[in-house]
Design a protein around this ligand. Structure first.
Ligand SMILES: *[C@@H]1O[C@H](CO)[C@@H](O)[C@H](O)[C@H]1NC(C)=O
Length: 456
């Protein structure tokens, strides 16, 4: 394909496009990066609630979620954990599979269950905005705060008299996420209670004159101490530390420093993969020989024979075909730009995904479109002759984001596949023996391509 002008115009656009690659969440991100190994210690065995995103760096929806997710992480700092697992990392694939991850991103809220180390895991299906995520997670922060009234305050104070206690005096009937998270930090160390302002006898007993007020009862008959600082997590925890230490989270029992990159590097068998997943490398680092700002055009299928050879044989694997009008036009440029951008991204990510363009004047193109019942001047389809299915891009304007989401869904095997009509797939006059071999052992390349579906 000769598209010098297109190429020139588009290089700039591409340079500005985030390239799906390593360092999806960077070192400085507020999102906690977790892998198959550290999940148990950091999430499953935590006393705190977490939300965990299972993602793949190439997934468009994951990239769209990233800013909101990082914002949620900031807002939930100290209250709950906001974590992410890169399911594209070989070391995590099996783990993501056992977590039941079938598409990206998958968000799960994980909170401690009755039995230590056996958390309750629920899918988060809500809106992918920071606010909605924060609200959903806050609602799942376990509540160990005892609500106290004038009637039961004496019983509360007498129970385990040696043990430190803390009481928040408040005008509110609900228990804040902040107080709940403090109670979790000090589980078994400080019993945390809450008294409403209308419990006048208790309010008077502690000499409370303003709300909210936070009081520490150190235990062992020591005088109660009223907190005078700001109501934030860090300072309140410091205040309670004079009576007891918070539980270390994560628990230090398996006290290995949590190096994010190490497992990744060890796990990658082939050199190209390692290069791709150099997670902590900054986003400016370009890995491949070709600079990322150079658009790599998708190959064109210029004849019926090429079309059949690459995509329509009974052994052909998934192909993405962009049918475009011959000549130049805005529509043609737009679809080719989007697809070539993705193609470029995949090439840089060392991923194999077969994109092809087919000009309208190529012999066999019209017949194929007609057989599939598609008649647009511009059409984007995915088809797999070997498995006998095809899918049509129907979502929008061929902008790179919607095309990418569609490709993601194809890769993940989501969405409805149509059956390829009879007569499209050409049988190569091959021996029966080869056909037999094929059913037993699919081509290596296809195994690689589809492993993401199988394991996820
Ligand atoms: C969880 O809470 C228990 C007390 O119920 C405590 O012994 C343990 O250290 C806490 N674990 C973590 C990881 O904070």
């Amino acid at each position: 394909m000769h598209q010098q002008t297109l190429l020139a115009t588009l290089s700039a656009v591409l340079a500005a496009l985030p390239v799906a690659q390593a360092g999806f969440y960077t070192k400085n991100s507020p999102v906690l990066q977790v892998d198959a190994k550290s999940y148990d210690r950091l999430i499953a065995k935590s006393n705190h609630t977490s939300i965990v995103e299972f993602y793949a760096p190439w997934c468009g929806h994951c990239q769209n979620l990233k800013p909101a997710y990082e914002k949620a992480a900031k807002n939930l700092d100290g209250l709950a954990k906001v974590a992410a697992v890169d399911c594209d990392d070989d070391a995590n694939k099996a783990f993501c599979g056992t977590m039941g991850v079938k598409g990206f991103p998958t968000l799960k809220i994980v909170r401690p269950g009755k039995k230590y180390g056996r958390p309750v895991v629920e899918d988060y299906q809500g809106q992918r905005s920071a606010g909605a995520i924060v609200d959903a997670v806050v609602a799942k922060i376990n509540n160990h705060v005892v609500k106290l009234t004038d009637k039961d305050i004496d019983g509360f104070l007498k129970k385990e008299e040696e043990k430190p206690k803390a009481i928040l005096f408040t005008e509110k009937g609900t228990t804040s996420a902040l107080l709940r998270s403090i109670a979790i930090d000090f589980l078994d160390a400080v019993t945390v209670g809450q008294v409403r302002n209308k419990e006048t006898a208790t309010v008077e007993k502690f000499g409370i004159s303003s709300f909210p007020s936070f009081v520490l009862i150190p235990g062992g008959g020591k005088e109660a101490i009223t907190y005078s600082g700001e109501l934030n997590k860090k300072d309140m925890v410091e205040f309670l530390k004079q009576a007891a230490q918070p539980n270390p989270d994560p628990s230090p029992s398996s006290a290995k420093p949590n190096k994010k990159a190490s497992s990744k590097d060890k796990a990658s068998k082939e050199a190209p993969k390692a290069e791709q997943s150099s997670s902590t490398a900054s986003s400016e680092t370009s890995t491949a020989a070709a600079p990322e700002s150079t658009l790599i055009d998708i190959p064109a299928l210029a004849s019926k024979a090429e079309l059949e050879e690459h995509c329509l044989q009974s052994k052909s694997q998934t192909c993405v075909l962009a049918f475009v009008p011959a000549g130049t036009s805005e529509m043609r440029n737009k679809i080719l730009l989007s697809v070539s951008q993705l193609h470029t991204k995949y090439v840089h990510g060392k991923r194999h995904f077969p994109f092809f363009s087919v000009d309208s004047d190529v012999e066999g193109a019209a017949a194929l479109k007609e057989a599939l019942g598609i008649s647009g001047k511009i059409e984007l389809i995915a088809l797999n002759a070997r498995r006998g299915w095809w899918r049509r891009y129907e979502e929008g304007e061929f902008d790179v984001h919607s095309v990418e989401s569609w490709i993601d869904s194809v890769r993940m095997g989501e969405g409805e596949k149509k059956k390829l009509p009879q007569g499209i797939v050409v049988e190569k006059p091959e021996t029966t023996e080869e056909a037999k071999v094929e059913t037993e052992a699919p081509a290596a390349e296809e195994v690689a391509e589809e492993s993401a579906h199988d394991e996820l």
